[in-house]
Design a protein around this ligand. Structure first.
Ligand code: BG6
Ligand code: MG
Length: 217
């Protein structure tokens, strides 16, 4: 029986994925490194330092650990400036309605995100108090596709993996959910992935609650 839903944040509840892209693009441009939307797809769901390694794999020079830390810091400063004005109205279509319907039906909900900026973003879009548990980049050691963040979210909810449905927009996130032993709804960039249990272009195109109820019958 599905009795919990774990939401990814960036690209599922709020389109911060576009700001991640713009921040990496700026950092890469300043360093003279090739960066485009195709390379950006590989960064979805992946932690800041792992994302940096992917970006730097397209650079001609080698970077020291100190230089890498500086670049990650710089990218994050650009990103934080970009998300500074996020508001509740910036939530992705269908996100709030989905959360409210699940809560009203007694389904437990959690965040499972690789982002260390999760607490700040949830505050800005006024969603913090809705979640029964938050697992994010601040309390994991291994980023998606490792299942750690989803297993932690399930643990915090006191649920088994079989009781959880994950909602993801990233290939790395789909893989993480699958290796956690959870069902997964692919949205956005993951909406055509055959690895997903179910697919929808966005949360406004599906009733997650209806799907869970049917599945539980
Ligand atoms: C994920 C994003 O949610 O968080 C990635 O999809 C990002 O693109 C990762 O790299 C880490 O985010 P942050 O905010 O800790 O740099
Ligand atoms: Mg995402």
């Amino acid at each position: 029986m599905i009795s919990a839903v774990i939401f990814d944040l960036d690209g599922v509840l709020v389109s911060t994925d576009e700001y991640h892209y713009l921040a990496w693009k700026q950092m890469a441009k300043d360093e003279g490194i090739v960066f485009n939307r195709e390379i950006n797809e590989a960064l979805r769901g992946v932690s800041r330092m792992d994302s940096l390694d992917i970006v730097l794999s397209h650079a001609v020079k080698e970077y020291t650990l100190e230089e890498k830390k500086m670049l990650a810091k710089k990218k994050n400063e650009i990103y934080v400036k970009l998300i500074h004005t996020l508001q509740p109205k910036d939530m992705l279509p269908g996100a709030k309605k989905t959360i409210e319907a699940l809560k009203a039906a007694g389904i437990k909900i959690a965040i499972g995100s690789s982002s260390k900026n999760t607490p700040a973003i949830l505050e800005q879009i006024e969603l913090t108090d809705y979640f029964d548990a938050i697992a994010d980049g601040n309390n994991i050691t291994k980023s998606k596709p490792d299942p750690e963040v989803f297993l932690l979210a399930a643990h915090l909810l006191n649920k088994t993996p079989e009781e959880c449905l994950v909602i993801e927009d990233a290939q790395s996130g789909l893989e993480a959910a699958i290796s956690a032993g959870m069902l997964v709804l692919g949205v956005g960039s993951a909406s055509s992935s055959l690895q997903a249990t179910i697919r929808a272009k966005s949360l406004k195109d599906i009733s997650v609650l209806d799907w869970i109820n049917q599945r539980n019958r």
